[in-house]
Design a protein around this ligand. Structure first.
Ligand SMILES: [Zn+2]
Length: 409
């Protein structure tokens, strides 16, 4: 047995913290202010570093990462991004998607993340080789990152024309190939409520969890989230359902936000807030008192909803500036939703793992020995400085070390 002893570091609160990680069981076996070195310990000096729960990306699009040059979106509007993507996607190849997605996962690992949920568009005009490439990456990187693949069944999904029928057939094939979840973006469809129910029905019939892009628009009258709550309850998918974005919820009055938040908590639906992409896409054409485009995070937390955060889009037509770094997403969540740094990192780590249905990795004894170490005196300074000086541990093994050396000249 080899154990890894992480010495010299501090916890999120700045107090001394020493961890012993077991790479056989893949769990934390000791956590204390100090621990005596044992013969089996491989000591890792973490002086100057904060030891944090590892990052978990709840929502990215690996098929799209790095395509901004091939699928430009000059307007920056969401629906123009959708059109740009659907125009570009038929030209994608397995090898291209596989290479870009693998590179993105490795950047995630280096930045302190060992779990990633990726949506992948499934549509009549998109070859399933795109999905197959991301599924292959899921298997290839399993030693360093847990990847979940969502079949993002792409509108239109309502009606009986040929494209609709062909897309549903493609969705069935995507699930046959091994996609882990059902996904979709009902607010972009002609009948969002019908689209929600059709997607939830598919997840229930396949006995799969579901993660929908919900109400990704500022219009407060967009309420497909309520239809989602009803459908999830009716189909018994509570605890296995995620609502991503929920932008319109942030535009509704306090009483409606609260009532919806209580229903989400009761239904067991997690919410994923995605400030990087929503700040980029939302609020265009509203130059006065421009809204932030981020959901009602504090109200959701107060109601007991699991709230996670992530990047969504990375250097693609939906967001040219998204990053494979949850420190970046957590910073933006804290700034836009007025969370404390500790709350924001929880959304990017422990809460995100809960939303993904993964075992806890919260640095307590018995939890997964996936640990993120980053330069700083506590979690606040770590997020403020966002240093590249980081270590990532996966199942008790050190899988990435970035050391920054600076010299004044
Ligand atoms: Zn998305």
């Amino acid at each position: 047995m080899t154990t890894r002893l992480l010495t010299g570091g501090v916890g999120a609160d700045g107090a001394s913290l020493v961890l012993r990680l077991d790479d056989v069981s893949g769990t934390v076996v000791a956590a204390a202010a100090s621990l005596v070195v044992q013969p089996t310990d491989d000591v890792v000096d973490c002086t100057g570093l904060v030891l944090l729960p590892v990052g978990a990306e709840p929502h990215v699009h690996l098929d799209k990462v790095g395509t901004i040059g091939d699928a430009p979106n000059p307007s920056g509007e969401l629906m123009d991004a959708v059109r740009a993507w659907l125009a570009h996607a038929p030209s994608l190849t397995f090898d291209d998607v596989h290479r870009r997605a693998t590179e993105a996962i490795d950047r995630y690992v280096v930045s302190g993340t060992t779990a990633v949920r990726s949506h992948v568009n499934v549509h009549a005009t998109i070859d399933l080789a795109v999905l197959e490439a991301v599924l292959a990456v899921r298997d290839d990187v399993a030693d360093r990152c847990d990847v979940q693949v969502v079949a993002l069944v792409t509108a239109p999904l309502v009606g009986d024309d040929d494209v609709v029928q062909a897309t549903w057939a493609q969705a069935e094939r995507a699930l046959d190939l091994g996609a882990d979840l059902v996904g979709g973006a009902p607010a972009t469809d002609s009948d969002p409520v019908a689209s929600v129910h059709a997607l939830v029905d598919l997840a229930a019939r396949r006995d799969l969890p579901i993660d929908l892009h919900v109400d990704e628009k500022l219009d407060p009258s967009s309420r497909s989230l309520l239809a989602y709550v009803d459908a999830v309850r009716a189909r018994g998918l509570g605890g296995r359902a995620t609502a991503s974005h929920c932008v319109s919820l942030g535009q509704q009055d306090a009483a409606e936000q609260h009532a919806t938040a209580v229903r989400l908590a009761d239904a067991g639906i997690a919410v994923v807030a995605l400030p990087p992409t929503n700040l980029w896409l939302q609020g265009r054409g509203r130059p006065v008192a421009t809204p932030r485009g981020v959901t009602a995070v504090r109200t959701l937390l107060d109601a007991g909803v699991v709230v996670a955060t992530g990047a969504d889009n990375v250097e693609d037509p939906f967001c040219p500036l998204g990053r494979t770094d949850l420190v970046d997403a957590a910073r933006l969540l804290a700034l836009t939703a007025h969370l404390s740094p500790a709350e924001a990192w929880a959304a990017a780590s422990t809460s995100s793992r809960a939303a993904l249905g993964l075992a806890p990795a919260d640095l307590t004894v018995g939890s997964r020995a996936d640990v993120f170490a980053i330069e700083g005196a506590d979690v606040g300074q770590a997020l403020a400085r966002a240093s590249a000086h980081r270590l990532t541990f996966r199942a008790g093994r050190l899988v990435s070390r970035t050391t920054v050396t600076t010299a004044m000249t």
